[in-house]
Design a protein around this ligand. Structure first.
Ligand code: PGA
Length: 251
């Protein structure tokens, strides 16, 4: 089965200014390889509009890092999916740092996913086990539980399933310089697809990305891994040349 390939750069709370975000976006455009791997950057919300302007008409797409679970109202600091029209084609949902820092549980992640999908956004849903769960051999059960809960709203909206991509991001591999192995990522991807099928969603047709300490030097482990269709890249996405090299590895 050939699935679309996608590499997303999650800039997190970087770079320090909007001007630097725009400069980085321009550099990413310059370093973008030719080919049909979809590539996107996810800048901080405050820089979205300027970054979107900087990459308009190029092959670099813009995602946001998170979205609110309600569509409007008294939610100070919140950003509704509808507000992203014209600046982002998609959103990350369920990133482990957001789950950790903002208290998102699977119920809230599912609601965010539903809002984003209904607004026509593409979604990169992040799942992954903690270090303790990894050491306890619970990776596959944790991932299955997260996926089943988080995609629940899509069951009633199956024709939108093509908007969904899942990023497998073991928490112990994020920002640690200690990526998982191809075999570990492949096993997780297989469980993700099996869980999607059980939910009546297209497992085989859904792209699965790997995320966690992906670098240009180490990307081959994942670009050649069975069942892995791209990457969600944090730290290395802040260097345009390196990000371009990671995209190229998936071409
Ligand atoms: P990292 O982050 O590449 O810096 O490990 C990945 C992520 O959190 O998406």
């Amino acid at each position: 089965m050939t699935r679309p390939r996608l590499v997303v750069g999650n800039w997190k709370m970087n770079p320090p200014t909007i001007a630097e975000a725009v400069a980085l976006a321009r550099a990413v455009v310059s370093a973008a390889p030719a080919g049909d791997v979809t590539m996107a950057v996810a800048p901080p919300a405050v820089a979205l509009a300027m970054v979107a302007e900087a990459v308009r008409g190029t092959r670099v797409l813009v995602y946001t890092q998170d979205v609110h679970w309600e569509d409007k109202g008294a939610y100070t600091g919140g950003i509704a999916a509808s507000m992203l029209a014209g600046v982002a084609v998609g959103t990350i949902v369920g990133h482990s740092e957001v789950r950790r820092d903002l208290g998102d549980d699977d119920i809230r992640v599912a609601r965010k996913l539903a809002r984003a999908i209904a607004a026509g956004l593409r979604v990169v849903l992040c799942v992954g086990e903690s270090e303790a769960q990894h050491l306890a051999g619970e990776t596959e059960s944790v991932v299955a539980r997260q996926v089943a809960a988080d995609v629940a709203p899509l069951r009633a909206n199956r024709e939108r399933a093509a908007q969904l991509v899942i990023a497998y991001e073991p928490i112990w591999a994020i920002g640690t310089g200690r990526p998982a192995t191809a075999a570990h990522a492949t096993a997780a991807a297989r469980m993700i697809r099996r869980t999607l099928e059980t939910a009546g969603l297209p497992g085989d047709g859904t792209p699965v990305l790997y995320g966690g300490s992906v670098t240009a030097a180490g990307v081959r482990e994942f670009s050649t891994a069975d069942g892995i269709d791209g990457a969600l890249v944090g730290g290395a996405s802040l260097k345009a040349e390196e990000f371009g090299a990671i995209v190229r590895a998936f071409a």
